[in-house]
Design a protein around this ligand. Structure first.
Ligand SMILES: NC(=O)c1ccc[n+]([C@@H]2O[C@H](COP(=O)([O-])OP(=O)(O)OC[C@H]3O[C@@H](n4cnc5c(N)ncnc54)[C@H](OP(=O)(O)O)[C@@H]3O)[C@@H](O)[C@H]2O)c1
Length: 289
């Protein structure tokens, strides 16, 4: 584990709050939050500094030994943050990126994320980049929690293609962030991180339905029709629909070898999430926070 102060960026976020909880026992962790950040998910007693990545020169980098970055790599301030870290003599930095970089679709943020990764890998920092797949696990995710609520309520679900998915449970990713920080062998390495094994979307939906004690009928919907519906309803974008139909399976052998990354199965993770949401069979409803 790094011996000096750790600066945590993105601590108020979904992943960042789980990383913060794992660092909270230390007295040398400082979390950067914006004045507008929702602090309800920060662990009690965590020291915070109000700052903004849009003005990285205002971050308290003096005496910082390691940066843990859980905000988006697509933020325009990322390359200037890297330059500020170099100038301040911060050596160690762990960045959370995304496997969405591998999409074959013309995602607008992809070029920005690629440039951001390059600014990290070209730097003098002792960097590590972690690229998770879709992250799930609590009411704060913006994906499986919605699916679980829909499946709890409705007995049918549309199936648009049947691509491979491999979502990662948030606690497994938070543990990986800390393990990386602790493992010098991960310096100058980039790791794809995913759940235990890929599964077809149909299997994912059925597994999620089981977790909320329901059975579900899957109704195939042609991709072209779903794209038109997305255009008309604007509930999701056509790109999001096309991304649904794209395979998103990723091997993680290097992470298993280098820092014992051993993620749980989707069946195990989604059962925990259903219980946390109060949607598991026999559970009492809990708050949506
Ligand atoms: N969620 C997923 O399914 C998923 C999948 C793959 C990769 N990832 C990557 O994983 C990382 C974490 O994702 P997440 O879902 O935890 O994100 P999130 O919940 O949206 O959290 C983002 C965090 O970044 C902070 N932030 C944003 N702009 C900032 C700024 N200008 N200055 C300082 N802090 C700022 C936010 O602060 P506020 O609270 O003030 O907004 C928040 O704490 C990101 O790199 C994301 O791209 C996420």
């Amino acid at each position: 584990m790094s011996s000096g102060r750790i600066l945590l960026v993105g601590a108020s976020g979904f992943l960042g709050s789980h990383v913060a909880a794992r660092l909270a026992h230390r007295d040398d962790v400082l979390a950067v939050v914006r004045p507008t950040s929702d602090r309800r998910h920060l662990p009690p007693g965590l020291a915070v500094h109000e700052g903004d990545l849009e003005a990285p020169q205002s971050l308290p980098l003096d005496g910082v030994d390691a940066l843990v970055y859980c905000a988006s790599m697509a933020l325009p301030g990322l390359p200037s943050l890297v330059a500020c870290l170099e100038r301040a003599g911060v050596r160690r930095a762990v960045f959370v990126s995304t496997t969405a970089l591998f999409t074959s679709l013309p995602a607008p943020s992809r070029a920005r994320r690629q440039a951001a990764e390059r600014s990290v890998t070209d730097s003098r920092l002792d960097w590590t980049i972690l690229r998770p797949t879709m992250i799930y696990g609590t009411a704060r995710d913006r994906n499986i929690s919605r699916l679980l609520r829909a499946l709890h309520r409705w007995p049918i679900f549309p199936l648009c293609g049947d691509a491979l998915w491999q979502p990662i449970y948030v606690e497994d990713l938070a543990r990986a962030v800390i393990a990386t920080l602790d493992t010098p062998g991960t310096i100058h390495q980039t790791y794809n991180l995913a759940g235990a094994a890929p599964l077809r979307f149909s299997e994912l939906v059925r597994t999620a339905a089981q977790a909320v004690g329901r059975s579900v009928a899957l109704v195939p919907v042609p991709l072209a029709l779903a794209v038109v519906a997305a255009r008309l309803t604007r509930i999701v974008t056509p790109e999001q629909i096309r991304r649904l139909a794209e395979d998103k399976a990723f091997a993680y052998a290097e992470a298993a070898r280098d820092f014992n990354f051993a993620p749980r199965s989707f069946a195990d993770g989604v059962r925990l999430e259903a219980a946390a949401l109060g949607l598991a069979p026999g559970a009492r409803p809990v708050s949506r926070l």
